[in-house]
Design a protein around this ligand. Sequence first.
Ligand code: HGY
Ligand code: MN
Ligand code: MN
Length: 394
Amino acid sequence: MSIKPERFLKSLHDLRQFGSSGVGKGVVRPAFSDADIAARKWLADQIKDAGLTPHFDPVGNLFGLADGPSILLGSHSDSQPEGGWLDGALGVMAALEVARSSNVPVSVVSFQDEEGRFGVTTGSAIWSGNLPLTQADALCDHAGVPFAEARARMGDLAGDFVAPSRFTGYIEMHIEQGPTLDAEREQIGVVTEIVGIRDMKISFDGQQNHAGTTPMHLRRDAFQALSAFNTELGERFQNVVTPCTVWTIGHVSLHPNASSIVPGRVTFSMQWRDGDADRLTRMEGIVRTTAKEIASARGMEVSFGPLLGLEPVDMDTKLQSALAGAAEQIAPNKWRRMPSGALHDATNVAKLMPVAMLFVPSINGVSHAFEEDTDEADLVAGLRVLSGAVNTLF
Ligand code: HGY
Ligand code: MN
Ligand code: MN
């Protein structure tokens, strides 16, 4: 049996209907949202139709299980609050198409909450043992909903955890989410390693007050503390970072967030990523020290939420070679080996078994945005590489 590109492309367009944003092909399908649960139930039907056994585990990970030992292919089908139609979904639907057409045993998976509504790659982190379930259950989203409450929405669909020992390895196909392949006019990236990440919430507490009557020198303004922290951090990081190091303050909640009130509290997300675990640790020290100094200089309090993180991980060389061989066949001179600056479930699965990843280009390098897209020819080329590589592994 051979892969059917049209069936594969249609399945991607069918999936993006769940949580369609109405803007381009974008989706809004956060973990355990109505759209996400509906999408998972639809996916379970597709899995059954493909001759695999659909199985939900206790945290919403959805597996399509082949009988006996098999290679596991997949990714995630939840999205960012404003997500692209391919981030995660591509790897899940490519896995299903390869499973439908492969003459070797292939299982598939859609991990839950890779996009971190609650944690960081939550579903695969729990499955791999990187995140204890009790700790995960206490994690809350920005609206204060606990993971335990959200996952309970799966009701009696939730079954036991799947034993990792039934799988011989894991390969994840994903969009690059960066500019390299698109800029170089290449079709395939064979991933060599995935960066590590640290992510935490930080709060500054000062004094809520009147915006008209409070002199500037008497203020303990939480926004001004955040502003000073951001500037000082950028300067201090220059001593340890490289051009590949990234850091982001992506979510800010000011209280009470009113034009005529000096904000007394700010809580914000502090995230940093690098390929070197030691550098991530040094950056954590700078984050904590800088925040404490800023707070103390302003007579304010600082508090730190739990630090979530994953270490940098290398991809398995044998699986990489299978992908490289297939890439040379399908896209000769239009592929490269490259690191991943984005995080993926493969990082967690690497704790359990050999893993590898392959990328296809993101147009203009854009992702985590409704305009995320990839040319169909590149999607199909990636599918052929994945299929070709899998069939050399047995
Ligand atoms: O943030 C990431 O790297 C992933 O897309 N969730
Ligand atoms: Mn992703
Ligand atoms: Mn993502």
